[in-house]
Write a new protein. Structure first.
Length: 67
């Protein structure tokens, strides 16, 4: 690799709103980052995903075409 053309790659601590934290590599400046959602609290990964259709597009389609 050529010298002095690549960004500084270093490790940072990433802290989630749920309290989980982990170490990752990044080129962004800073020592720690705060995020809203991680794989320990995201509904897709935890299996607590809820499907709520409150009169959205599916309901409108069903009313329009009589299903």
């Amino acid at each position: 690799m050529k010298k002095d053309i690549h960004p500084d790659y270093h490790e940072v601590t990433i802290e989630c709103a749920c309290g989980a934290s982990f170490v990752s590599g990044t080129t962004k400046k800073g020592d720690a980052y705060k995020i809203d959602v991680c794989n320990k609290c995201h509904p897709f990964y935890t299996g607590k995903q809820k499907h709520v259709d409150a009169g959205g597009r599916i309901d409108k389609f069903n009313r329009r075409y009589g299903k």
